[in-house]
Design a protein around this ligand. Structure first.
Ligand SMILES: NC(=O)c1ccc[n+]([C@@H]2O[C@H](COP(=O)([O-])OP(=O)(O)OC[C@H]3O[C@@H](n4cnc5c(N)ncnc54)[C@H](OP(=O)(O)O)[C@@H]3O)[C@@H](O)[C@H]2O)c1
Length: 275
């Protein structure tokens, strides 16, 4: 049996840091590195070496995840680590995204995570680990990152409950809740919305978060939080009512939800005009 790790979103940011850490583990013989763009995966393989097996796929596409299930069945492998890291944000109001765009974020950030886990679990022996990337955004509702923070709240809750359900199989599941990281996530998230979140406190680098996440998973922890600042936010979100936490967030972002947009046409959900 070849011992493998599967990492989604492996070609950039936090995912790339997980590749660096796991390739140094002697128990891992191959890393199945997943992302959409083949060119970025080829570059990753060139930089990280022979352990990397690039797999170009969109985790929002359930048929491709089922294909991955077939690959797992056809190979003599066991999955020691599954890291569900691929995900993205949009910093805007509900009205800046179409129905298709909104549902795609749910498909990537939630459905992809659930489906990857269900497909991989049969190939995970005792002592193996699922690491799902949530976010500090999972701690409370975040207006103007509403959809993103809600998907991450799902990942956090789902993972912690899954960890309990997997105890009889000897598999751990860890929800990682990073604070703001210096990665390319912001290129995709900033769409020039009129009301957008732009102020990110406690920014850190992804290598530290990845290192702590793997260490916490190896210790069997169901949640991994890096940095004093994110721990402070975590405790704050437990102690204060969500209404207060949302107000603090809006103050920090200097967004007035009552301020009227310059044009109603900016909102995808304006009533269509009668012909
Ligand atoms: N950056 C932050 O501040 C921050 C904070 C908390 C949590 N997080 C979470 O950390 C995770 C990693 O984000 P990051 O900051 O490292 O972002 P990133 O630098 O933009 O990397 C995202 C990775 O995911 C891949 N990807 C995106 N959509 C995909 C899809 N549909 N199917 C397969 N692969 C896909 C990307 O490659 P392709 O484009 O080639 O597909 C890339 O490899 C995300 O879940 C994010 O929500 C980030």
């Amino acid at each position: 049996m070849k011992r493998i790790a599967i990492i989604t979103g492996a070609s950039s940011g936090l995912g790339r840091e997980f590749v660096k850490i796991l390739k140094e583990k002697s128990e891992i013989e191959e890393i199945w590195a997943i992302a959409r763009h083949q060119d970025k995966l080829d570059k990753l393989k060139k930089q990280m070496g022979r352990k990397i097996r690039p797999i170009s796929m969109d985790i929002a596409d359930l048929a491709r995840i089922e294909d991955l299930g077939t690959m797992l069945a056809e190979n003599e492998i066991e999955v020691r680590y599954l890291i569900n890291n691929a995900g993205y944000a949009k910093f805007c109001s509900y009205g800046d995204l179409s129905v298709t765009e909104s549902v795609d974020m749910i498909n990537v950030n939630i459905s992809g995570v659930v489906a990857m886990g269900l497909v991989c679990i049969p190939y995970m022996p005792r002592g193996s680990h699922i690491i799902n990337i949530a976010s500090q955004a999972a701690f409370q509702p975040l207006p103007y990152q509403n959809l993103y923070s809600s998907t991450k709240a799902f990942v956090r809750n789902y993972t912690r409950a899954l960890n309990v359900e997997l105890k009889d199989r000897g598999i751990t599941a860890t929800a990682v809740c990073p604070g703001w990281l210096k990665t390319r996530l912001y290129d995709r998230a900033n769409i020039g919305a009129a009301k957008a979140t732009r102020r990110f406190c406690g920014m850190t680098t992804p290598d530290k978060v990845a290192r702590k996440a793997v260490a916490d998973a190896d210790r069997g922890r169901d949640i991994s939080i890096y940095s004093f600042y994110v721990n402070f936010c975590h405790i704050g979100a437990k102690l204060l009512p969500q209404r207060v936490m949302m107000k603090l967030w809006l103050c920090q972002q200097r967004i007035n939800p009552c301020a009227r947009p310059k044009s109603e046409n900016n909102n995808s959900y304006s009533r269509p005009s009668q012909q």
